[in-house]
Design a protein around this ligand. Structure first.
Ligand code: FAD
Ligand code: NAI
Length: 463
């Protein structure tokens, strides 16, 4: 029976642990904080719990549109919202602890460090040190919010996403630096809860890793929500005042706000892990270098998740964890990044998979594009969510689907039909010919696939 130690119990580490145990290994997990990692405790789940509260509030405010009359003022109780969020986290943490028990995985609560390619030392909370030995080690220590050296986090005025998830009160106004995934998700949450939100982004568009048309639509939605987006500039300096800050931007504009949320990316947790001492190669951004088997430069030492500095998503960390677990025990697997769906929980949501239009063209593909607006769907009207569209990019010669991009209601869920289609090498025609139940939001995918060939039933003829 092979022995495996995993450092870090985020969605990379805990998934690797369960899979390694399923494959017959004896598994020990070392975690310095709480199982579930950033995703469960300070990332995916708490943000989506807050999004859920914000959406309820939005729906209640719009209840009149649905013929539902609510008398009296509509308000919210922030401490109850936070309590609900913490309850959700606790339930899921307990679930992972239960899974560890069920699969016979040992959890050691302390800070792990590599002492040799087969040895980990653990600093325990009582300052004692434990020494553990294994055949293989998987590093899954994740990442933390990147700060801006001139304006470091202080937890009071200059906030990280960790701080923003534990606010005691909603600031009257907030400046968000970075219109990436975190910045845009928080913008909608905070706006719905009553903050005046301004976002400053150095690039020319919001969510710049998405397809350009998706960014355009999101920018329109931000405008509708009266969230101010200032593109193509940076914060040059900040003047702290008693009741907040004034930020002076490189373009000369000034933004006055009570607080700042800095969301400009994440830094890999590779410090104080003993990596250099045992020869694990780390890249320029502090990321652990791995091959397609998730092996580091040292035999028997693997790394997965945010700490390898690739696509920083929970489900990518988990997939890398499955690969590393297999390779550290009985298997011989390689990671396949070709089809990775992603979701952004803005209002409306974004779902994407595969190539963006500009990427496909840069790669030399001749493409056909199909689009379908949600306003063309009965279901979208029935639920009162008609903003957004589905865009399908297919290869002109073969009709193979290269990418699918959705902004609209439940985009985070309906994107997976496209992911399965792409994984099976489907053509746009395959999606178009698949009968879709009516009335559903998924019909937008079928219509967009039909539009690839100019044949969407609920679309107008192309000019
Ligand atoms: P982490 O989740 O960072 O876990 C690493 C673990 O290692 C931590 O528990 C840490 O305490 C532990 N650790 C670190 N060093 C040591 C040590 N020396 N010894 C012992 N333990 C150690 N992704 C999505 O896919 N969907 C989302 O909706 C989403 N929302 C997000 C929202 C926010 C605000 C943030 C910040 C991130 C979000 N992410 C989301 C990204 C996602 O959280 C990460 O990609 C994911 O958590 C990475 O998993 P991981 O296992 O690599 O690392
Ligand atoms: P990000 O990389 O998504 O966005 C950072 C943004 O900040 C970029 O647009 C960048 O151009 C901008 N920026 C950088 N420096 C700047 C500066 N000095 N001034 C102005 N703008 C600046 O990073 P973010 O939002 O911090 O998220 C971190 C990671 O967490 C992402 O990689 C994402 O994958 C993950 N995440 C995923 C979510 C999801 O899947 N729904 C939700 C939240 C986070």
């Amino acid at each position: 029976m092979s022995k495996i130690i995993i450092i870090g119990a985020g969605p990379g580490g805990y998934v690797a642990a369960i899979r390694a145990a399923q494959l017959g290994a004896k598994v020990t997990v070392v975690e310095k904080s709480e199982v579930g990692g950033v995703c469960l405790n300070r990332g995916c789940i708490p943000t989506k719990t807050l999004v859920a509260s914000a959406k309820v509030l939005e729906n209640v405010k719009r209840s009149g549109e649905y013929g539902v009359e609510i008398s009296g003022d509509v308000s919210y109780n922030l401490s109850m919202i936070m309590e609900r969020k913490n309850k959700v986290i606790n339930t899921l943490v307990k679930g992972i602890r239960g899974l560890f028990k069920g699969w016979g995985i040992e959890l050691i609560e302390g800070r792990g460090k590599l002492a040799a390619p087969n040895k980990v030392t653990v600093n325990m909370s009582d300052n004692s040190v434990r020494e553990l030995k294994a055949d293989s080690i998987i590093i899954a220590t994740g990442s933390r919010p990147a700060d801006m050296p001139p304006f470091p986090f202080d937890g009071k005025t200059i906030l990280s996403s960790d701080d923003a998830l534990n606010l005691n009160s909603i600031p009257k106004s907030i400046l968000i630096i970075g219109a990436g995934v975190i910045g845009c998700e928080f913008a909608f949450i905070l706006k719905e809860l009553g903050s005046e939100v301004t976002i400053v982004e150095m690039l020319p568009r919001a969510v710049s890793t998405e397809d350009e048309e998706i960014s355009e639509i999101l920018e329109r939605e931000l405008k509708k929500w009266r969230i101010k987006l200032i593109l193509g500039t940076k914060v040059e300096r900040i003047e702290k005042k008693l009741d907040g800050i004034t930020a002076i931007l490189e373009n000369g504009m000034e933004v006055i706000a009570e607080k700042i949320l800095v969301s400009i990316g994440r830094t890999c947790n590779t410090e104080n892990l003993g990596l250099e001492e045992i020869g694990v190669v780390v890249g320029k951004r502090g990321e652990i270098i791995v091959n397609e088997k998730m092996e580091t430069s040292v035999k028997g030492v693997y790394a997965i998740g945010d700490v390898v500095g690739g696509i920083m998503l929970a489900h990518v960390a988990s997939k890398e964890g499955l690969v590393a677990a297999a390779n550290a025990s009985v298997g011989n697997e390689i990671i396949d990044y070709s089809v990775i769906p992603a979701a952004i929980f803005t209002m409306p949501e974004i779902g994407s998979v595969g190539l963006r239009e500009h990427q496909a063209k840069e790669m030399g593909y001749e493409v056909n594009i199909g689009r379908f607006q949600f306003r063309g769907l009965g279901k979208a009207h029935a639920i009162g969510k008609i903003s957004g569209m589905v865009k399908i990019i297919s290869e002109k010669n073969t009709d193979r689907i290269l990418g699918v991009h959705i902004i609209g209601p439940h985009a985070s869920d309906i994107i997976h039909e496209a992911a399965v289609a792409m994984r099976l090498g489907a053509k746009a025609r395959d999606l178009a010919h698949t009968i879709h139940a009516h009335p559903t939001l998924s019909e937008a995918l079928m219509e967009a696939a039909e539009d690839v060939h100019g044949m969407a039933i609920h679309g107008m003829p192309r000019k």
